[in-house]
Design a protein around this ligand. Structure first.
Ligand code: ATP
Ligand code: MG
Length: 438
């Protein structure tokens, strides 16, 4: 079959058979963030373009090349390319920063960037991210990094390296920019056009350029860590000490500057080499100046974002376990209208108690109905025909073992089914899980 209109390049359909993979990441990320005191925030899919220009920054790839912007009734809107700008805007607009600090929020959202689609790089992708506002202490940096690490560990991921760096504050960065500028001025002829522009406005961005030629030029560039002021240097040392206390392995990598303009002091990335070139599964850092830049008070803040598609790529590659999708608990195969009505009635009641009940909606014969029950992985089945309606008795069949238990088709049905269901659940738990239940 061919359809006329297909999905846009760089977008994906997430099908029912795959959605449990997403649920796994979302649930683990959500539970972990909540255990660290974070609550969920939901923000608009689009914002005034100016928000991203002012926060993400004019010299970044995201703002220069990747934003989806539309002009609607004389206002310029942009589909969010990331979650931090909108989240901070929402915190400011709703007065969250006037409440008890630190404010801690997380989000699960789609982002839009006009990039060249490839494995791990989409035009609509999804992030789990979070922001903490109010703390200037390096303990907050350690807290946020250890939260990210806990999520990765709980997803079962291995061989993911943590790189950290400090890109200093405006004070130390001014001196560093000078050094960088004179380094690149001497090698100007080799830089790409975008980097030439960055040279004037924000030379540190050159270190983040994806072009192999620019990367080669940048190889021996001055290193920010040599230019840190005393405060930034002390902050970085403390962070390293706290990470050590947590037993979290890391590597200091002065090449990590992060793509967005708003970072200060700590920046970090979790990177794997197992899924090709797009190996950064999580990126984050501190952005002490952003809130003030967006018109708020001077409130230090930090956060990170994880690319969910990239996490799933690594999870698939490493055969990590996903939450098992729940299937049909009980399927009623029916013969005739009266039987169907009975099945509809019982299914309805069972659903009120949280069970997944199904019956035939296709007018299939009994054999085809049983085949269908098998296909959807029904745990139990019940056949209802004239005979069963007359005697008021049915057999509940365990589809895995084939064993059958006779029971009345009246109001006691639910309780009888329930006891079979719980017995089966208990038998399926391993001993350790049973112990947890006690
Ligand atoms: P990259 O260097 O790979 O382009 P980035 O620095 O642009 O990443 P961030 O803005 O920090 O990425 O976004 C956080 C995370 O979101 C990334 O670490 C990555 O996991 C994910 N991500 C970013 N862009 C995409 C994309 N186009 N498709 C899928 N995931 C993405
Ligand atoms: Mg990018």
């Amino acid at each position: 079959m061919s359809i006329n209109v297909k999905r846009p390049n760089g977008t994906e359909d997430i099908l029912p058979k795959d959605v449990h993979r997403w649920h796994t990441v979302e649930k683990i990320a959500r539970d972990t963030a909540e255990s660290f005191g974070f609550s969920e925030i939901r923000i608009p899919t689009f914002e005034n373009t100016e928000l991203f220009q002012r926060s993400v920054g004019e010299t970044t790839d995201v703002v220069q090349k990747e934003m989806y912007t539309v002009m609607a009734k004389e206002t310029k809107f942009t589909l969010r390319p990331e979650g931090t700008a909108g989240t901070i805007r929402a915190m400011l607009q709703n007065g969250l920063l006037n409440e008890a600090l630190p404010q801690r929020v997380f989000y699960i959202l789609s982002c839009f960037r006009h990039e060249r689609p490839q494995a791990g790089r989409l035009r609509e992708f999804h992030q789990f991210g979070l922001e903490m506002a109010g703390s200037a202490s390096p303990s907050a940096d350690a807290e946020v990094i250890s939260l990210a690490k806990s999520i990765l560990d709980r997803l079962g991921l291995k061989n993911i390296e943590l790189y950290i760096n400090s890109i200093g504050c405006p004070v130390c960065r001014a001196k560093y920019h000078e050094a960088l500028r004179s380094y690149f001025e001497n090698r100007k002829d080799k830089l790409c056009d975008t980097c030439l522009e960055r040279l004037g406005k924000n030379p540190m961005r050159i270190l983040d350029c994806k072009s192999p030629v620019c990367q080669e030029v940048a190889k021996d560039a001055p290193v920010i860590l040599d230019y840190l002021c005393e405060e930034c240097s002390e902050h970085f040392d403390k962070l390293k000490k706290y990470l050590g206390n947590f037993g979290i392995d890391y590597k200091v990598n002065p090449k990590i500057v992060r793509g967005l303009d708003y970072y200060t002091k700590t920046v970090f990335e979790f990177v794997t080499t197992e899924i090709g070139a797009q190996g950064t599964v999580c990126g984050g850092g501190r952005y002490d100046g952003l809130i003030e830049q967006l018109g708020g008070q001077k409130v230090p803040a930090l956060g990170f974002a994880m690319g969910i598609e990239r996490l799933l790529l690594v999870m698939d590659k490493q055969n990590c376990e996903y939450l098992t999708p729940r299937k049909c608990d009980i399927y009623f195969a029916t013969m005739g209208d009266n039987a169907l009505e009975k099945a509809m009635d019982i299914s309805h009641k069972l659903r009120e108690y949280g069970y997944r009940a199904e019956f035939d909606l296709m007018g299939r014969g009994i054999k085809a109905q049983m085949k269908y029950a098998n296909k959807i992985g029904a745990m139990f089945t019940v056949v209802i025909g004239d005979n069963e309606l007359e005697t008021g008795k049915v057999k509940i069949k365990d589809m895995e073992t084939g064993s059958e238990v006779e029971t009345d088709l009246d109001d006691t049905f639910r309780m009888n089914f329930e006891s079979l269901y719980f017995n089966k659940m208990m038998n399926n738990l391993d001993d350790e899980e049973k112990f947890d239940l006690k």
